[in-house]
Design a protein around this ligand. Structure first.
Ligand code: SAM
Length: 456
């Protein structure tokens, strides 16, 4: 059955798909998360939020003791808020964070997550089931920041084809394989005025969400949306949708800016990108000088895309240790990036100053490691590198975290035993070997070491 794209089952079943997947969506790599939850994006956003807060206080719209409310809509793993909280504190921003999602299974997972639960216990974070499209009755006039990271691409999109003959709406049969498309004559929507021939996706769901948020949060509002954009499609091509277990579509932020006006002023990246960029939608009543400055200096620069592109290039080439260390510094010691490059740096000849920089990066990465089951054992990768550099005091707790998160792997237990022994903690080293031998009784190296260390 052909249905206008935005009303099709493809989008209607998104909440159920995410509910069924739970954290598997991210831990099994079905849905991308690195760009939208990384420390660098958290830092850029903390800067923008601090500027928004300064404008509010100058305008008398936020009392000195009143905290800002920051709501992550469709928060996924919760990793972004984990990185955002300390960066707001460092800038003196008083804020209450709310992790929200349409999928109750995600909300339940956050409540059981050790690091998020710790923030909640401090009263800095709460969790809530929240539908971006149906936020419920008005919640009052407190100033609010809403984060929408890979959310607008997930909400419904309409499809339109513009040709010399006129404008047509795209209808999809999502039961057909591959999906079948049909185009029916339609009035050209105002947000596509001025466009030449082509096939366009209009982020109708994102526009509806902005409208619903405006009605729900009646005070000053800032929306930060990090998402992929769109590539031009000819009038003979069908719309481009990415298909994971869920679906997503690049967000036409120009169309969204037009739909959101005049209630919101859109702040756009200095150089548009179809791959990824941060966009802001500011309450048109309150676009203050501090936020404009912060956008000019940081928000509009797409620092995250630039970093990740150079990171991908570094994985495929052989940059100098200094270049790798600089890249990791720029990432704000993103644990996932440090863990991926740690092996490369371990094998490189480092001078003492470079080794010290790497140990410092490893320590910062260890502090920021967000626990969620994923393919890469981040604590182990950091630990082995710290161990190699002789930073045993750093390696030991990282091996312990790897054991907690990824289970009793023989290599982790053996390395832990060696690091403990190196620290003079002989009895604990023997304990680690014994645990190893319980799991792998025939492990030759562990047996030999146990004999050497205990005489048994
Ligand atoms: C692609 S994931 C992005 C997750 C996270 N923001 C990130 O960047 O890693 C989309 C998230 O939006 C949630 N979601 C989907 N539809 C939603 C809706 N109508 N309201 C609120 N959340 C929604 C999903 O459950 C999922 O957590």
């Amino acid at each position: 059955m052909f249905t206008p794209l935005h009303r099709s089952a493809l989008f209607a079943r998104q909440p159920a798909v995410y509910e069924r997947l739970g954290m598997r969506a991210w831990s099994e790599g079905l849905v991308p998360w690195r760009a939208t939850t990384c420390p660098l994006l958290a830092d850029v956003e903390a800067e923008l939020i601090a500027a928004f807060e300064a404008d509010l206080r100058t305008a008398g719209a936020l009392a000195a003791a009143e905290p800002l409310t920051i709501i992550d809509v469709g928060a996924g793993t919760g990793r972004l808020l984990f990185h955002l909280a300390p960066r707001l504190t460092a800038r003196g921003v008083r804020a209450h964070l709310v992790a929200t999602d349409v999928a109750p299974s995600n909300v339940a997972a956050w409540s059981a997550h050790p690091q998020l639960a710790a923030l909640a216990a401090e009263g800095r974070l709460s969790f809530e089931v929240f539908d971006a499209l149906r936020p419920g009755p008005a919640r009052g006039a407190a100033p609010t920041v809403l984060l929408a990271h890979y959310l607008f691409d997930t909400l419904p999109h309409r499809a339109f084809r513009v040709t010399d003959e006129g404008c047509f709406e795209g209808l999809v049969d999502a039961e057909a394989s591959p999906w079948a498309w049909r185009y029916e004559a339609a009035a050209r929507p105002a947000e596509l005025s001025g466009r030449g021939p082509g096939t366009f996706l209009v982020p109708a769901g994102a526009a509806e969400a902005l409208e619903a948020w405006r009605a729900c949060f009646t005070g000053p509002l800032l929306v930060l949306a990090a998402d992929k954009g769109v590539e031009p499609r000819s009038a003979t091509e069908d719309p481009q949708l990415a298909r994971h277990e869920s679906v997503s579509a690049g967000v036409d932020f120009d169309a969204l800016a037009s739909l959101a006006a005049p209630r919101f002023t859109a702040l756009s990246p200095h150089a548009p990108s179809h791959l990824f960029a941060l966009h802001a939608f500011v309450d048109a009543r309150l676009e203050g000088p501090a936020l404009s400055r912060a956008w000019a200096q940081r928000g509009g620069h797409n620092e995250v895309l630039s970093l990740l592109q150079r990171f991908e290039a570094a994985l495929k080439s052989e940059p100098s240790p200094d270049a790798l260390l600089a890249l990791l510094d720029e990432s704000q010691a993103d644990p996932d990036l440090v863990a991926q490059l740690a092996g490369r740096l371990r094998d490189a000849p480092l001078d003492p100053a470079q080794a010290r920089r790497l140990v410092d990066l490893l320590a910062r990465a260890a502090q920021q490691h967000f626990v969620f089951r994923q393919q890469l054992d981040v604590p182990f990768s950091l630990a082995v590198t710290a161990h190699h550099l002789g930073a045993l005091g750093l390696a030991v707790p990282l091996y312990a975290r790897s054991l907690e998160e990824s289970g009793a792997h023989p290599a982790t237990l053996l390395n832990l035993a060696l690091a403990l022994r190196g620290l003079g903690r002989g009895a604990e080293a023997v304990d680690a070997l014994e645990v190893l031998l319980q799991h792998t009784p025939t492990h030759p190296r562990a047996s030999a070491l146990l004999a050497e260390w205990t005489g048994r």
